[in-house]
Design a protein around this ligand. Structure first.
Ligand code: FAD
Ligand code: SIN
Length: 526
């Protein structure tokens, strides 16, 4: 049985929900999300959302900082557009009920994070994402035109391929008619037909062993678009957050926000010595690519399994007031951050590349849009600056919604889509076939395609990944679908894209550091 809608939204984080709220006055919106509505990367965001709110900050400064972090790979006109539109979107978030911290004089309490030359990060204590997710969910749940389908997993996009036509990546006329969706409660796969489709499926952290991302971040949207022959860009730029709590066995890793360093906390080696100034004049607040690499280097040289973040010299009352969740979390494992240094390690955190979209979030496939972390807009370049991600999501939600509201009624629902083909599939006999390949994929990506790479490591990674790819495809063809199998298949696709793009870029730039090519190739600066 088919389901039909005007606007199909895949994903319920800041990108999916804010887009849904904006198109909902025009027609029927259906949000499918594979877990509970709130289980998103968005919910875990700590530091905040960047925007120019008052002098002495300026658009020019925010633009320059973003481009400098992006290490020459940002698209300047996109950076300018996003940063200039951000304040209006912040205002809207507040109108939707999001509360940002204010100083006693009523002005925003703006914080600073790595790469920012001034205070420009709006936040809600140290759980900004949870506050945004709460407000957006409340609005979406109360909107009569928004249908929410939790525990629904989007498997593949529907295009002319499903009508028997051969589709090539170079084709300009590929069209998306919706997606095949697996209802996880009934185990039924059905075509969800839509006039337009939005991919807002977030990040890829689970490709790696250590990540700040929740379990939902498996790159599904990027893999779906790749399989549908859409264009994907810049996947080699995987961002590792420098400071996740080193707490053996905990997954996802608990983040220690960069805002704590903005507040004055300092990175030190295990013998209590500062080391960041040896790597960058900005010390502990250098951009993430530099900081994560410096930590990796110190850990490897010294043979340590973590470094330390020292906040013990800061005012304890203000520390607890501004970082209540970090204080509580650390206390729960015996660390009092007002007295003890915090053991931290880098963790996979954010993908700068993704589905190639234009200035309104339109992908290379007609009737298909993508916004949020799954997309590649040109904003982040080779290294995203802290707190620019939530900002990008709301700016592109606005632009995509505006375009889609004008266009969607020009598209007809395609009623000829065949049902999902179940022929020859059975329940996999052994789950270990999936779990073992999942572990191997994470090991390959973590050991060979992590913070520091080399030609040899990438070559080995690809060779081993190909075996996992073949085994997973064979299993997929003969199995009834499960979330674990679909996610593994997607993560293998995304790993392949990261490795292939990393192999192509024969230089070190931003988050992509190659031992064989430690310098930059050309002067591509602006
Ligand atoms: P998400 O919020 O991840 O939402 C993705 C949605 O897609 C989820 O609902 C998921 O279930 C759904 N989904 C995925 N695949 C499927 C599928 N196959 N079928 C159906 N549904 C699917 N950025 C900042 O700017 N500031 C910060 O302070 C900040 N802090 C962060 C802290 C942490 C710990 C983490 C992990 C990230 C942080 N980031 C921060 C990054 C930022 O949170 C994310 O980039 C952003 O929230 C992504 O939003 P999104 O809507 O694109 O995706
Ligand atoms: C953090 O709070 O350190 C994360 C900010 C981000 O990823 O933008």
């Amino acid at each position: 049985m088919n389901k039909k809608t005007d606007f199909l939204v895949i994903g319920s984080g800041i990108a999916g929900l804010s887009y849904a709220l904006k198109v909902a006055d025009a027609g029927k919106v259906s949000i499918v999300t594979k877990s509970e509505l709130e289980e998103t990367n968005t919910k875990y965001a700590q530091g905040g959302i960047a925007a120019v709110m008052r002098e002495p900050d300026s658009f020019e400064k925010h633009i320059n900082d973003t481009i400098s972090c992006g290490d020459g790979f940002c698209t300047r006109k996109i950076v300018e557009m996003v940063i200039k539109e951000a304040p209006a979107r912040i205002k809207e978030l507040m109108e939707w009920g999001v509360e940002f911290a204010r100083a006693p004089d009523g002005r925003f309490n703006l914080t600073k994070e790595g790469g920012h030359t001034g205070n420009r990060v709006l936040h809600h204590k140290d759980n900004t994402g949870e506050e945004i997710q709460r407000a957006l969910m409340q609005k979406a749940r109360n909107h009569q035109n928004i249908e929410i389908l939790e525990h629904h997993f989007a498997i593949d996009l529907i295009t002319q391929h499903h009508l028997g036509k051969k589709v090539k990546r170079s084709d300009k006329d590929i069209e998306c008619y919706g997606a095949y969706v697996l209802d996880l409660k009934s185990s039924v796969v059905f075509p969800f037909l839509s006039k337009t489709t939005l991919i807002a499926t977030g990040g890829i952290g689970n490709l790696y062993h250590t990540t700040t991302n929740p379990v939902i971040a498996t790159g599904d949207g990027i893999a779906m678009v790749y399989r549908a022959k859409g264009k994907i860009n810049d996947m080699e730029f995987v961002q590792f957050h420098p400071t996740s709590l080193c707490n053996q066995g905990e997954r996802p890793s608990f983040l220690i926000t960069e805002a704590l360093r903005g507040f004055g906390a300092v990175l030190k080696t295990n013998d209590g010595k500062e080391f960041m100034y040896r790597y960058d004049q900005r010390g502990s607040l250098a951009p993430r690519d530099i900081t994560a690499r410096a930590i990796d280097q110190e850990m490897k040289t010294r043979g340590d399994d973590h470094v330390l973040l020292d906040a013990t010299h800061l005012d304890p009352v203000k520390l607890k007031e501004n970082f209540p969740n970090i204080y509580r979390k650390c206390k729960s494992i015996g660390i009092d951050i007002t007295k003890d240094m915090i053991p931290v390690i880098p963790a996979a955190h954010y993908i700068c590349g993704g589905i190639n979209v234009d200035k309104n979030g339109k992908s290379s496939i007609n009737r298909l849009y993508s916004i949020g972390e799954a997309s590649y807009t040109g904003l982040h370049g080779a290294n995203r600056m802290a707190s620019n991600s939530l900002m990008e999501a709301v700016v592109f939600a606005h632009r995509s919604a505006k375009e889609n509201k004008q266009l969607y009624n020009k598209f007809l629902l395609n009623e000829n889509i065949p049902p999902w083909d179940l022929e020859g599939t059975n329940h996999p006999e052994e789950m270990v076939l999936i779990t073992q390949n999942y572990k191997e994929m994470q090991q390959i990506m973590s050991n060979y395609v992590g913070i520091v790479r080399s030609d040899l490591r990438l070559k080995r990674a690809l060779k081993r990944l190909k075996i996992i790819y073949q085994e997973t495809e064979e299993l997929y063809k003969k199995s009834t679908l499960s979330v674990k199998l679909c996610e593994l298949r997607n993560m293998v696709n995304v790993s392949y894209l990261i490795i292939k793009m990393a192999q192509k870029l024969r230089e070190s730039r931003g988050l992509h550091y190659m031992l064989d090519y430690p310098g930059k190739k050309t002067g591509m600066e602006f």
